[in-house]
Structures are given as C-alpha cells and as structure tokens.
Ligand binder design. Structure first.
Ligand code: GDP
Ligand code: MG
Length: 177
C-alpha cells in the first residue's frame, strides 16, 4: 500500500549466483512474476527484473540480476557484480556438487564486492525431499560459519521465495537508512 508513501526512494542491486541449473532463473521469475518454468532454456536472456516494496513507507526498488547462463563457463563478469549490495548464493539440495561450489562463489563475490554485501545462502528445490543430498543442518552450519543468512526454498511450490529475497532487501535497507 503506497497511499501514504513518503516519496523517498531507494534502488538496490541484488545478484543471484550459483552453479548452473540450481534454479536461479526460476527463483527470480517466481518472485517477480509468480511464474515457474519447467524448461530451463526458456529463461535465457533476461538481464534483471525490478521489484518494488515498501519499508517504513519508503519505496524500495530491488534490481535483481540473473545470469544468462554464463556460469556454465565460469565466466560471470565483473560487470555483473558491479554495484551489488545484496547477493543470493544458490545451491540445489538434491545435488551435493552445487553445495560444494558455494565456497568458490563466495570467493568470487568477495573478489568483486566488498564484505558489506548482504548475503543469503539459499538451498533451493526443497520440494525434492525424497532425493535430498544436502541436509538442512549442513546448510545452516555453512551459513553460520560464513556469516550468511540461510533459507531453503522451492521455486516450484513457492516455499520461502519471497522471504529469501525480502530478508536480503530489508537488511540492505537497514544498513543504509
Ligand atoms: P538456473 O540455471 O540456475 O537459472 O536454473 P533454472 O531456473 O533454469 O532451473 C533449472 C531446472 O531446475 C529447471 O528444469 C527448473 O524447472 C528446475 N527447478 C528450478 N527450481 C526448482 C525447484 O524449486 N524445484 C524443482 N523440483 N525444480 C526446480
Ligand atoms: Mg538461469
């Protein structure tokens, strides 16, 4: 509800990183458009989506960046990270290798951005409980040791998707306001 907005406005850049096929594009399309796409190829080409929310009656616009699949070639460029104040580091709870890659993604994030970036570790595809390969405890424990927020999400059934983005956005707001 923006009827009593103060007119003040914020714009925050948030990046989504993680291995190929962990569900980055679908987390963004679920959050920004409430859409899920079972065919991963169809999401290529989108650069970013802007999503507005109100915090303390101020309009906060999150410009959320998605890779165009270049993570497959380990070629996410510095332009992608430039100016980012928030990051979602995503793995797939049904594929351990994607969890083991998080350290490398953290290193890359730290190389390109300063450490004040608000960071959320996201274990996506929590609907795939029957083929889980990374426990909730392992996710929590990595997040604690690296100083990250942590949530398990499902872009398929919407579990925690809104919260994962908005916890990061609210933390960024808290740091600048
Ligand atoms: P990206 O390469 O990280 O952007 O991953 P995509 O968003 O393209 O998703 C890769 C594949 O995983 C696609 O087939 C999606 O439909 C599927 N996927 C994404 N999120 C979920 C989820 O939460 N649950 C399940 N079961 N599948 C998902
Ligand atoms: Mg993608």
């Amino acid at each position: 509800d923006d009827d009593d907005s103060t007119g003040e406005e914020y714009l925050f850049k948030v990046v989504i990183i993680g291995d190929s096929a962990v569900g980055k594009s679908n987390l963004l399309s679920r959050y920004a458009r409430n859409e899920f796409n079972p065919n991963s190829k169809a999401t290529i080409g989108v650069e970013f989506q802007t999503q507005s929310l109100y915090i303390d009656r101020k309009e906060v616009k999150a410009q959320i960046w998605d890779t165009a699949g270049q993570e497959r070639f380990r070629a996410v460029t510095s332009a992608y990270y430039r100016g980012a104040v928030g990051a979602l580091l995503v793995y797939d709870i049904s594929r351990r290798t994607t969890f083991e890659s998080i350290g490398r993604w953290l290193d890359e994030l730290n190389t390109h951005c300063d450490t004040t970036v608000s960071r959320m570790l996201v274990g996506n595809k929590c609907d795939l409980e029957n083929i889980r390969d990374v426990s909730v405890e392992e996710g929590k424990s990595l997040a604690e040791s690296e100083g990250l927020f942590f949530m398990e999400t499902s872009a398929l059934d919407s579990t925690n998707v809104k919260d994962a983005f908005e916890v990061v956005i609210k933390e960024i707001y808290k740091n600048v306001s």
